[in-house]
Design a protein around this ligand. Sequence first.
Ligand code: FDA
Length: 316
Amino acid sequence: APSPLLRRALLAAARSPRLRRTITGVPVTRRVVDRFVAGETEPQAIAVTRSVLDSGRSVTIDYLGEDTTDVADANATVSHYLALLSALAPFTEDGTGAGTIEVSLKLSALGQRLARDGEAIALDNAHKICAAADEAGVLVTVDAEDHTTTDSTLSIVRALREDFPSLGTVLQAYLRRTEADCKELSGPGSRIRLCKGAYQEPASVAYQRKPEIDTAYVRCLRILMSGQGYPMVASHDPAMIAAALHLADATGRRADEFELQMLYGIRDAEQLRLAGERRRVRVYLPYGDEWYGYFMRRLAERPANLAFFLRSLVSR
Ligand code: FDA
């Protein structure tokens, strides 16, 4: 894992508009970004979707964007999702694609942080996307962002689930509150994607050290696996995956009663190996030109990712 100092610097950089302009302006960045992002345009994302589906994995597609500061941007994000969903409809038309295609949403990209009525605007925007997804036979899961948004996000998800009971939500094991959230949200029909968490958070709300985060992750997994919902295990960590497979076995879950999820471009061979063992594997597939924050969080996770980026800058 990267040193805490480096991780903190990279996560701060992820939110700096000045660095964002600098880094996105470097032409060679593109090549490195392509490892983690399935293109800038919708046709590119659709092409990658097709090849991931052909390899026996399912997908969750994310139109990149976060921390929207005006209503027009939030509306533009909704339009992108609606266009994406019409482009995805043919994949599910014959009924064989049911459940294999999902979109992931960030409520902050839909207006959640707008000073005036942000929450109501995000709810309304997410509702439009959920309705279109329903129509297209596509699932939806709401991403988790920094801890200041958790209460708001979970209350929006609760409201949306009244109309769209299959709506999934992400919980972050590094937050101290998450075990309680897992208990509350592991009821019938729930779809919970459990990840470790990718933001810079204070010790008052989040575990800081990897061993603590890992044991919290396993405690949450245990709750979700023994619950009545559908656990979605989002991690590249071999120890977390082994724990999930063990707990699924111990709680008598069949292979189609939970799934493993990884990010596009990370441990691709392992994703294929697991899919080859008839495990359900879903790939989180981000696309779009707003890749900066997402990309910086990936660099913060792993020194090898950062080294790859720096090497390609100097070996130009
Ligand atoms: P961690 O980063 O601790 O890595 C543990 C081990 O995994 C490594 O030691 C190594 O063995 C292996 N590994 C990791 N990367 C590797 C690589 N590139 N190559 C080879 N081995 C590697 N976060 C969030 O805050 N909100 C969200 O909504 C989401 N959504 C989300 C969806 C999905 C499907 C995934 C997979 C992840 C997220 N995340 C997220 C990100 C998540 O919180 C977390 O930051 C990353 O997944 C990294 O944590 P890991 O669990 O992978 O383990």
